[in-house]
Design a protein around this ligand. Structure first.
Ligand code: SF4
Ligand code: SF4
Length: 409
């Protein structure tokens, strides 16, 4: 039997169906196989099936938002089960041509090597400035055989070079986990986080930092994610809290203890490391922010990144700190905690479902009257910026760190 549910008992699910109410894909597809309860049954079928059947599309369609796990009264560990299902599916599917090779290259050669990634993004910035991406989009090159991965250019934000920020200090209160692609895609977020951490007692950097492993996990490469986890545990040795601005990275690193629980040489170190991981909002002190009065506050709406609200239980704290600022005023969307359809790299695999999910959220944002959307995860931000651009909605998108840094006293 495949080991994808090793350590889990599929019978822990008592089939109550409470998770169906919060599942975004069930809400759209209205099919038992497209909700968490059905998927758990299919994971059992996957364990005994020799080769993946037609029904495995139900597992592929899961965005991994973890709303079901957060809602489940029986404590079914859906996240870990899904990881192992992805691993099992990946092992049974042949690599898919150029796209498959591109994926392996990105996972093995790029995400896990910060220097290569820095060079890659430097080149991408030049290419963007020369208009090469715009041309590829205009010529619709993604329609050519084997080039469908170029669809991803739709999500590419304007790339900016790293911005000047306070430098790291050797003896600082925090470690800063900058993340792999985030600082390249959103240089302003990275700079804001550094400025805030500098004011909160300073930050150290880990020279050997590498990708958190979340993307490897999404793609079913659990072994690859565990190797990256070990490298980060080594890199961030010490007692300082490890702070990140990315909900996805934070959620992943808080799971290292579980990822490496079966490895006697690493289990204790991984557990200890996970306990030191913090989202920026968890260490943020509102006292460093100016409370200058404002008679005409900008309306903003807060989007809960799934890996903040469902995986880490972070939802109120960032709102409270933002609400302390007089220059902005919050208006809530009815489903602020429903997935935007980004899901790591899921939006590339399931473009239609992803589009349906984000479109309904855009309607809620427009109806709220918000002039700005605040979200603390790079994948969600790319999804929102792309859809607002294409829909001609003028609301801007920001990370809470950028708003806080603008208000440094
Ligand atoms: S992770 Fe999200 S999409 Fe997947 S089954 Fe759970 S609620 Fe549905
Ligand atoms: S809420 Fe939990 S126990 Fe109930 S059907 Fe969903 S996974 Fe099973």
């Amino acid at each position: 039997m495949a080991d994808f549910h090793r350590g889990f008992d599929l019978l822990e699910c008592v089939s109550c169906g409470l998770c169906l109410e919060v599942c975004p894909t069930y809400d759209i597809l209205r099919d038992e196989g497209s909700g968490p309860r059905g998927r758990i049954l299919l994971m059992g079928r996957l364990a005994s099936a020799g080769s993946p059947g037609e029904w495995t599309h139900h597992l592929d369609e899961c965005v991994g938002c973890l709303a079901c796990e957060a809602r489940c009264p029986a404590g079914v560990p859906y996240s870990g089960m899904l990881d192992h299902a992805h691993e099992s599916l990946r092992a049974r599917r042949p690599e898919r041509g150029l796209a498959g090779r591109m994926e392996r290259w990105a996972l093995d050669e790029m995400l896990s090597d910060k220097n290569r990634l820095d060079r890659l993004f430097r080149n991408l910035r030049y290419m963007q400035r020369l208009g090469i991406f715009a041309l590829a989009k205009m010529l619709r090159l993604h329609r050519l055989p084997g080039l469908d991965f170029l669809r991803g250019l739709r999500w590419m934000p304007r790339l900016n070079a790293p911005r000047k920020a306070p430098t790291a200090r050797p003896k600082a209160a925090y470690y800063y986990f900058r993340g792999c692609v985030g600082p390249h895609l959103f240089a302003g977020e990275d700079q804001a986080a550094r400025r805030l951490l500098d004011r909160l007692g300073g930050y150290r950097e880990a020279k050997e930092e590498t990708c958190c492993g979340a993307i490897h996990r999404h793609r079913g490469d659990l072994e690859g994610s565990r190797e990256l986890a070990k490298r980060n545990i080594e890199a961030f040795a010490g007692e300082e809290e490890v702070v990140t601005t990315s909900a996805g990275c934070g959620a992943a690193m808080k799971e290292y203890g579980n990822w490496l629980a079966d490895d006697p040489a690493w289990a204790e170190r991984a557990r200890e490391f996970s306990q030191r991981v913090r989202d920026l909002s968890e260490v943020m002190d509102a006292k460093i922010l100016s409370t200058r009065p404002c008679s005409d506050p900008m309306l903003y709406s807060y989007e809960d990144a799934c890996h903040a609200v469902h995986a880490q239980g972070i939802s109120e704290r960032p709102r409270e700190i933002l609400d302390g600022l007089a220059t902005i005023q919050r208006v809530e969307m009815p489903h602020a905690d429903r997935c935007c359809g980004a899901g790591g790299t899921w939006f590339l695999d399931q473009p239609e479902l992803s589009e349906t999910m984000i479109r309904s959220k855009v309607e809620e944002l427009v109806a709220s009257g918000a002039e700005m959307l605040v979200v603390a995860n790079p994948g969600c931000r790319m999804q929102w910026e792309r859809v607002l651009r294409e829909a001609g909605v003028s609301a801007k998108v920001a990370h809470p760190a950028e708003i806080w840094a603008e208000h440094l006293d």
